[in-house]
Design a protein around this ligand. Structure first.
Ligand code: ATP
Ligand code: MG
Length: 281
């Protein structure tokens, strides 16, 4: 029995959904104990992350789509609450694009996601250390050249946020830094992104096309898994913030141009009564 403060009916529903999504029992237990109740698309992401443990499983797992579905939240939970806790001494690089809205600063996300997980965060060096020796190095990039300082070092896991802001060359160099000496770990990458950017084409080729072919029953995803999501997949967003995400904003931070939020979007109404007029492509 899990000792978590979630109403029993909700807990049962969550456990069933997690099981159907393919999440590992121990994984969902960890999340609930950490106070995290993943949402359906996040569950798919976590299940794919655990598939990477198997020799024929994917090693590149991406969650993509328009603003706010919980991509960052899920990737920190997966890396910090699941992976870093179950494998001692794990070395993770967590790459983030700087200059994002303050609402999504790393510290905010860390407080939301790791409150119930013992850790020590040194903001000046971007090092997040866990008692079992696992660590996450939070690396920031503004331009993709900023990433060079993280190359040449070996990481067991690399998380790239805003992955389509990187060229294919930079992405491949980062892949080259994925290596492990641990017998109980398979190196892997988790990527999150909003559509668009210089890396749009390689991301689409590598992740979106195999996913589409699989959806159409004309192929399978092999080394990759793609989980499309949008703001409607995040029930934690209030109706007000959903509306804000849809309104083009003068000051940059929350701009959601229609063509960017429609890449993986499906035509449907959401609970807040907003309607997406565009189709996915
Ligand atoms: N399962 C969850 N439980 C509680 N809060 C959540 C959950 N998933 C996401 N959130 C919260 O929803 C908000 C949006 O999530 P997040 O920042 O991860 O979205 P995102 O997809 O990374 O957005 P963006 O496209 O802007 O990068 C954040 O405040 C996050 O903490
Ligand atoms: Mg994010």
């Amino acid at each position: 029995m899990l000792d978590v403060s979630v109403p029993q009916a909700e807990l049962t529903r969550c456990l069933k959904a997690a099981h159907s999504a393919g999440m590992a029992r121990q994984q969902i237990g960890r999340f609930l104990r950490a106070g995290y109740v993943p949402q359906p698309k996040q569950m798919m992401f976590h299940a794919a992350a655990r598939l990477a443990d198997y020799s024929l499983g994917p090693t590149l797992i991406a969650m993509g789509g328009a603003r706010g579905p919980g991509k960052s939240h899920a990737s920190i939970e997966q890396a910090g609450v699941d992976d870093c806790q179950r494998v001692a001494g794990l070395k993770v690089l967590f790459l983030r694009k700087v200059g994002k809205a303050a609402r999504e600063s790393f510290n905010d996300l860390r407080r939301k996601t790791l409150t119930h997980v013992a850790h020590d965060y040194r903001e000046y060096s971007g090092l997040l250390m866990f008692p079992n020796g696992s660590m996450i190095l939070v690396g920031n990039f503004l331009r993709e050249d900023d990433i060079d300082k993280y190359l040449g070092i070996e990481y067991d896991l690399i998380v790239i946020e805003e992955a389509t802001q990187l060229s294919e060359d930079k992405f491949n160099k980062l892949r080259g830094s994925l290596r492990t000496s641990k017998l109980n770990w398979r190196p892997r990458m988790y990527l999150t992104t909003n559509p668009g950017g210089i890396g749009h084409a390689w991301f689409k080729r590598l992740f979106v096309m195999p996913w589409r072919l699989a959806q159409a029953g004309r192929g399978i995803e092999t080394d990759t898994r793609f989980i499309p999501a949008n703001y409607k997949d995040n029930v934690t967003l209030s109706c007000e913030s959903r509306t804000i995400l849809l309104i083009p904003h003068q000051h940059g931070a929350v701009v959601q141009p229609p063509q960017r939020r429609t890449l993986y979007d499906h035509r449907r109404n959401d609970k807040c009564g907003t309607h997406n007029r565009h189709r996915s492509h």
